[in-house]
Structures are given as structure tokens and as C-alpha cells.
Design a protein around this ligand. Structure first.
Ligand SMILES: Cc1cc2nc3c(=O)[nH]c(=O)nc-3n(C[C@H](O)[C@H](O)[C@H](O)COP(=O)(O)OP(=O)(O)OC[C@H]3O[C@@H](n4cnc5c(N)ncnc54)[C@H](O)[C@@H]3O)c2cc1C
Length: 503
């Protein structure tokens, strides 16, 4: 494994919202002279050496994806960070690599090393006439970085990124690495296990715990993902009255009587944005439908603000800087008016529609999961809180996702509405967030926090949110990591969240 020690003593996340003092940042890569499998296996050994060194020198370390998260989950103060992006090989899966009992389509399986960008995988799959099932609105994350926080889009019947991961290769100590998959859904054969020189562990609880584990379960070196046949998205964004009809749709996802661009057809993706300073012109309703792939489609184009049909607010809200309260409505209206301009019948593949890998300026982004039946109540509260603790320089955005099997996936309710509050990087935004969380607590409205976005969590809150699943997650971590490795893979935020418990 190539290890470049950059000598960096501090690290700043991609949004420049914090800087952390570190001991070093290593950039890791596969040995270029080896073929894909040998290079991968050599990197497994490299990671084991790094864990051994970390234990010897008592230096915690953390794998880093694309660095797109807001909380300090990919960093470790005074420890070593490992940039995994160049670890981006893939291995195709042959008939011999899966069990004869595997009922899925082997052609759709892909083994991806951790540093593969979501965008890179989309490009590779496209050449095979395949596609990822879903992604976030943007696609600059690494595959393991995205699944580790439960990144999602609004493909509500599909789920989030971790929901199409079928197996994981995890390096848990200097002497042990494992292939983890669900016992209830085994996929790989002993030939595959032999190829990676690893040990098979079939266990539903351990697997469901490790899926969303923000760097605390060891190094997830590679994941087996299930893709699907390439398809097109037919995308619309319209302004529609924010009336009882739309509210009912948001609260039920029952499209049987909907009057959307394709009538009552159940969309592939459905999301709403409310600009609190321009409600008289209605909500922004994005409705995307899945269509069979064909070559002769006209590709979607970005609008005058450079924003594509699938881009969400984090792609452009950073253009709002801290402004005096009186100017917030004007500034938000000006930005949203162009960035979220309605459009009709735009086409693209998943990778083309959800494609923004660029960031524009500092911003704060927080997302909470709430049960569908609370959506309208929470919206009423947001408008109230905006009067007392605002003005919030951003939009209220809503996406929808079915429940994940991952124990700590924040898409935790049968159908979760993800309420996103993307706003200017300012003390007012932070104050607004705090007021919202406090009000939800006071009103006893259940909610969960996106692990990769601004949140205020502690163990009590996590227990309230996840109940016994939080304990099962901790037990799984204790089962997979030995005492020395637990220390290496513990960072301050894990301790703050109370998830570092040693049993
Ligand atoms: C512009 C923008 C748009 C966004 N849009 C969305 C969206 O639409 N939906 C959504 O859900 N989120 C969205 N996010 C949030 C983002 O998707 C998540 O924060 C995601 O986890 C970031 O992935 P990353 O590769 O940058 O991981 P990082 O932030 O670098 O790391 C995330 C976690 O993964 C761990 N990790 C990384 N690699 C490994 C490894 N090999 N083994 C073990 N652990 C590892 C890290 O230690 C860390 O704990 C957006 C962020 C931005 C900046």
C-alpha cells in the first residue's frame, strides 16, 4: 500500500466550518504495479500495519471519505487521519464468487473498494448498462463515507445508500479482517472469501450495526453493492399551492389521487421545498419518474444559476453569507428564485441528475428524520419558530425514505420524512436549529438526526431515538473490535455521543 504522510497538523472539512488539530494526514493508495485483486489484498495488509502502529504508539486514527460531513466524525483530534479516496479499485463478481443459492442477478453485483466516489461508481456501472439504485442529491462522497452516515436521496421506495450494500470487508485489528454479511441473506462463496484471504462472518445484528457506523467499527475496506439496470429519470419541478392537498400527500405518500405532472403515478423521487419568505407563490415540488433507458434522450441542463434538476440546497445555499435580519427575505428570495427555478420533463440517468460534486461556499446543513404523520405539525412549528428565533436564511426542504435495516440509520421510521434545514453559516442559523430541536423535545415529537450533518446529540437522546437498537449497536462494536482496536477507532464525538462504551 502506498502511504504518503502529508505532515499536515490540521484538517478542515470541505465546507470550512471547522478546523481540527491532528497529528498527521496520510494519503493512501493501492500499489500501482499490482493487479486489482493483489493490490486490494496488499492494501488490506497495509491497513493492518497502520492499526498495529496506532496501537503501539497509542495514536487514534480515522478513515476519511470525501470530508463532506459537518460534524467531526471523520477526524480525531491529535490523531492520524487517512484519506481513502485513492483506494478506488473495483472487482467484478463471477459465478464462482457467489453461493449457488444466491437468488439475485450476479451481473448486478459489484465489489467496490472504500474510496470509490459515488460518481465514479455511477460511471463504471453505466458502461455495463447498470446504475446505482439511489444516491444523495450530490455524488461527491465516497461509497463508504456515504453509507457510514446513512446518506440518502428521496427515492422513498428504495431507501438510502447503505440499503443496497450486501456485504462488507472490515479490518478490525492488526491480525483480523472479516467478511460480514447478513446470515439471513448470504451472498458470497468460500472461493470469494479465499480470494480476499479473509474470514466469513454471517450475522444480521453485526451487519446491521456496521452499515451506519461513522468510522467506529474499524476500516471498511470494501463493500459488495447491488446495482440495477440502467434507467432514465424524467424530472419535473413545479410550484404548487401549499394547501391541504399537498399537505395530505406529504403526510401519507398516497399518490392514488395525486395531480402531479404524471397524474397519480407513484414517483421514483418526490421532494418539497418551502421558501418561508415566498409562500404565496406556493411550494417547490420536485417529482421524478423512473423510465426505461434509451440512448436518444436529451440530457438535462443546469439552469441559469448553474444548478441541475437533482441538486439540493447544500449545492447553492452557501452563496448566502450572514446578512442582517431585515435583508434575509430579500436575499433568500433572490437566490431561491433562480437556483430553484421550475422545469419540465428533463431527462438523465441517476448519475446525471444527482451529480453535483462542487461546493459553493460555507453553509450549515442539518437534517432530521420524523415520522410521516408529524410532517405538517412540524412545518407549522417551523413557521412559528422562524418568527421568534429567525429569520432563518435558508429553505425548509422535505425528502422521504422508507425504513432502513441499519440499526442506527436515521431513516428509522416506517417511512421517514427528512426535514432539511440548509442555511447560511451564521450564529442565527445555529440559534434557529437549537430552538427547533428544543421545541420538538418539548412537544414530544419523535425525531432522529442525520449523522453527517449538524446535530445536537448525547446518549440520552440517542437512546430515546433508537431504543434497544443503540445497545445492540454498542454490543456489536464490542464484539467486533478488541480492546486495543476500540481505542484506535474512538474519537471525541463518539465519546460525546456515549457510543464508545466498553462492555
Ligand atoms: C453539497 C453536499 C450535499 C449533500 N447532500 C446530501 C444528500 O443529498 N443526502 C445525504 O444524506 N447527505 C448529504 N450530504 C451529507 C453527506 O452525504 C454525508 O455527510 C456523507 O457521509 C459524506 O460522505 P464522505 O465520503 O464525504 O464521508 P466523510 O464525511 O469523509 O466521512 C463520513 C464518515 O465515514 C467514515 N468513513 C469514511 N471512509 C471509511 C472507511 N473506509 N471505513 C470506515 N469508515 C469510513 C468517516 O470516518 C466518517 O465517520 C451532503 C453533503 C454536501 C457537502
Amino acid at each position: 500500500m502506498k502511504k504518503i504522510k502529508t505532515g499536515s497538523k490540521k484538517w478542515t472539512n470541505r465546507h470550512e466550518t471547522f478546523t481540527e488539530k491532528i497529528k498527521d494526514l496520510y494519503v493512501l493508495g493501492n500499489e500501482p504495479d499490482l493487479d486489482a485483486l493483489d493490490g486490494y489484498n496488499d492494501s488490506t495488509k497495509g491497513f493492518q500495519q497502520l492499526i498495529a502502529e496506532a496501537i503501539q504508539t497509542k495514536t487514534p486514527f480515522r478513515p476519511l471519505g470525501a470530508g463532506w460531513s459537518w460534524p467531526k466524525i471523520a477526524t480525531v483530534s491529535n490523531g492520524v487521519m487517512m484519506d481513502t479516496k485513492p483506494l478506488n479499485t473495483t472487482l467484478t463478481i463471477s459465478q464462482q464468487s457467489v453461493l449457488p443459492t444466491y437468488a439475485g442477478d450476479i451481473r448486478k453485483l459489484l465489489f467496490a473498494q472504500c474510496g470509490n466516489g459515488v460518481w465514479e461508481l455511477s460511471l463504471e456501472l453505466r458502461q455495463k448498462k447498470l446504475s446505482l439504485k439511489t444516491s444523495g442529491a450530490s455524488n461527491g462522497q465516497t461509497i463508504v463515507g456515504a453509507m457510514s452516515t446513512g446518506a440518502h436521496g428521496s427515492t422513498f421506495d428504495v431507501g438510502a445508500v447503505q440499503d443496497y450494500v450486501l456485504g462488507m470487508h472490515i479490518i478490525v485489528s492488526p491480525t483480523r479482517h472479516i467478511w460480514l454479511e447478513r446470515k439471513s441473506a448470504p451472498v458470497v462463496s468460500s472461493a470469494f472469501i479465499k480470494k480476499l484471504g479473509t474470514e466469513l462472518l454471517g450475522d444480521d445484528d453485526l451487519f446491521n450495526a456496521a452499515l451506519v457506523s461513522f468510522g467506529s467499527f474499524g476500516i471498511i475496506h470494501g463493500v459488495l453493492i447491488e446495482a440495477e439496470n440502467i434507467f432514465l429519470i424524467e424530472a419535473y419541478r413545479r410550484r404548487m399551492p401549499y394547501d391541504n392537498t399537498l399537505k395530505a400527500l406529504m403526510q401519507t405518500l398516497d399518490f392514488s389521487t395525486a395531480n402531479l405532472p404524471c397524474g397519480n403515478e407513484r414517483p421514483f423521487h418526490f421532494s418539497i421545498a418551502l421558501n418561508p419568505y415566498d409562500m404565496k407563490n406556493g411550494a417547490y415540488v420536485s417529482t421524478f419518474y423512473k423510465r426505461p433507458y434509451r440512448d436518444d434522450y436529451v440530457r438535462a441542463v443546469p439552469n441559469d444559476a448553474g444548478i441541475g434538476p437533482g441538486d439540493d440546497a447544500p449545492c447553492f445555499i452557501g452563496k448566502i453569507t450572514d446578512v442582517v435580519p431585515a435583508l434575509v427575505p430579500v436575499v433568500v428570495n433572490k437566490l431561491i428564485g433562480t437556483a430553484m427555478a421550475p422545469f419540465e420533463k428533463q431527462y438523465g440517468t441517476l448519475g446525471e441528475i444527482f451529480n453535483n460534486t462542487d461546493l459553493h461556499g460555507k453553509l450549515l446543513s442539518s437534517a432530521i428524520g420524523i415520522p410521516l404523520n408529524q410532517v405538517n405539525r412540524v412545518t407549522d412549528l417551523l413557521f412559528e419558530i422562524n418568527k421568534t428565533d429567525g429569520p432563518f436564511a435558508g429553505v425548509f426542504a422535505y425528502r422521504f425514505i422508507k425504513k432502513s435495516k441499519a440499526l442506527l440509520a436515521f431513516t428509522h421510521f416506517d417511512f421517514t420524512c427528512i426535514l432539511e434545514l440548509d442555511g447560511a453559516f451564521s450564529a442565527t442559523t445555529q440559534k434557529f436549529y437549537t430552538a427547533v430541536w428544543k421545541r420538538l423535545d418539548n412537544e414530544k415529537i419523535p425525531y432522529t438526526f442525520h449523522w453527517g450533518k449538524v446535530n445536537e446529540m448525547n446518549f440520552k437522546k440517542i437512546k430515546n431515538m433508537y431504543g434497544s437498537d443503540a445497545d445492540t449497536w454498542i454490543a456489536a462494536r464490542n464484539k467486533l473490535l478488541d480492546a486495543d482496536s476500540m481505542k484506535v477507532f474512538t474519537n471525541p464525538i463518539l465519546t460525546k455521543w456515549g457510543l464508545d462504551k466498553v462492555l
